[in-house]
Design a protein around this ligand. Structure first.
Ligand code: NDP
Length: 413
């Protein structure tokens, strides 16, 4: 039986039998538990409940020789199906190869009203500042991270001290902000000028990852189009995205569909990731697609290059039982491994979207899945949902009015 044809209980059993989860974790899934009042109170303000979204998993990810099921949290139909569909084609072609880099988070201490002698004083004492910042979070050094760079930048009336910090497996926003604020107190004693603010940068420039794949032509074929034709059309659309900013934005939205869904499932800060991704897309001064596709050696070769800003520890990750479950399902050991998975999902979702766009169009698969949401919007419940969805798929008229009419006819019987 295909996984998408299973019931949720059958899928939980599949995870249990496959050793992805233990009995306690299976019970957590079965309980459909939301977070406790205490946890909600500790994570956010003015809480009056918790908000659920569907939790599922994408299949067939072969990344750096390791197989993964990838948990995703998403309300948009077809994102998990699209990720799994492309992942299978890529797995049959040899899988994903990833190239993460060391994780460096940059932070800024912004100074104003400073004099030339202040600047000289700072530059002469750069080693002292570096060492002070290093000691501001000693546990990071024990974990193999800590300060990696210190730079001074001048902006008209402002002076910026830029710190590069290896936060090991944490996303690092809090850690870096703590280091920056402690260091800025020290700096304020060294100069006549003022500290305007201290805050990390979400540029993600120290967390850029590359993911590559080579897809066999036969993995891309449709009923009416050869794999080579599909590959050539994907390359053309990828090229068009480099020329048209409007297309590049939607191209990248498709990548973020998968990336944000895994970040949500692992309790990560998806707003930070969004900021990093789109600023990187604009790095050349012109908004560009975050992936590139070309043909080589009779294969379709795809590359994703972008910052992936996340942690496998820290923030809300430890506190959220479902985030812990997601990391357990993927057997995540460190943040670089999670970056590799997240980047691969982004590339898979991109391939699926491009393949659909240059062949049948995106609506064929998308609306087929969207029909259930439409049925619910029309008021269907229980068995009616599937019945209305099936009729919608038959008529291919995906309007709310049509869904309401179908439901009305169904209830007359
Ligand atoms: P934390 O403040 O939770 O710091 C990371 C924690 O993980 C530390 O307690 C650290 O312990 C612990 N840890 C355990 N193992 C490791 C390891 N292997 N490597 C590194 N740390 C480890 O979280 P972050 O600093 O990561 O900050 C993330 C949070 O900050 C997110 O919730 C984010 O939303 C939020 N945030 C984001 C901002 C932004 O993006 N602009 C701004 C402000 C906050 P120890 O201290 O002992 O080393």
């Amino acid at each position: 039986m295909k996984i998408y044809e299973m019931t949720d209980e059958q899928r939980i059993k599949l995870l249990l039998d496959g050793g992805y989860i233990n009995q306690n974790q299976a019970e957590l899934l079965r309980s459909r538990q939301t977070i406790s009042t205490d946890l909600a109170d500790s994570l956010s303000e003015n809480q009056i409940g918790s908000f659920s979204l569907p939790y599922g998993f994408a299949t067939d990810f072969l990344i750096d020789g390791q197989n993964y099921l990838v948990p995703m949290v998403i309300e948009e139909p077809s994102v998990i199906a699209a990720a799994s569909n492309a992942a299978k084609r890529i797995k049959n072609s040899g899988g994903f190869k990833t190239y993460p880099t060391p994780r460096i988070v940059y932070g800024q201490i912004v100074l104003e009203n400073i004099t030339e002698s202040d600047v000289a004083q700072l530059e002469q004492n750069d080693s002292e500042i570096f060492e002070f910042a290093q000691q501001a979070h000693p546990s990071l050094i024990k974990r193999g991270g800590g300060m990696v760079s210190l730079k001074f930048n001048h902006y008209d009336n402002f002076e910026e001290i830029e710190l590069g910090i290896d936060t090991v497996d944490a996303m690092g926003a809090n850690m870096v902000n703590t280091i920056l604020e402690k260091t800025s107190q020290k700096i304020s004693t060294m100069i006549s000028g003022d500290v305007l603010c201290s805050i990390l940068s979400n540029s993600g420039q120290g967390q850029v990852i590359t993911v590559e794949t080579s897809v066999e032509y036969d993995q891309l074929a449709t009923k009416t189009m050869s794999g080579e034709d599909v590959a050539q059309r994907i390359v053309k659309l990828s090229t068009f995205a480099k020329k048209s900013i409007k297309r590049a934005i939607t191209h990248n939205k498709g990548i973020m569909n998968g990336i944000d869904a895994v970040l949500l499932a692992t309790g990560n800060d998806f707003r930070a990731q969004e900021a990093a991704a789109h600023s990187f897309a604009f790095e050349s001064g012109r908004y560009q697609p975050l992936t590139e596709w070309h043909l080589a050696n009779n294969k379709l070769v795809g590359t994703l290059k972008m910052p992936i800003e996340l942690g496998s520890v820290g923030g809300a990750i430890k506190a959220l039982p479902m985030a812990q479950l997601s990391l357990a399902i993927m057997k995540i050991q460190n943040s670089q491994q999670l970056q590799s998975v997240v980047g691969s999902v982004g590339l898979a979702n991109n391939l699926s979207a491009l393949r659909a766009l240059v062949t049948t169009g995106i609506q064929a698969g998308h609306m087929g899945l969207q029909s259930k949401s439409l049925a619910i919007s029309a008021g269907a419940s229980g068995l009616e949902i599937e019945q209305v969805a099936q009729k919608l798929n038959q008529t291919k008229d995906y309007t709310l009015k049509n869904a309401e009419n179908i439901l009305m006819e169904l209830r007359k019987k």
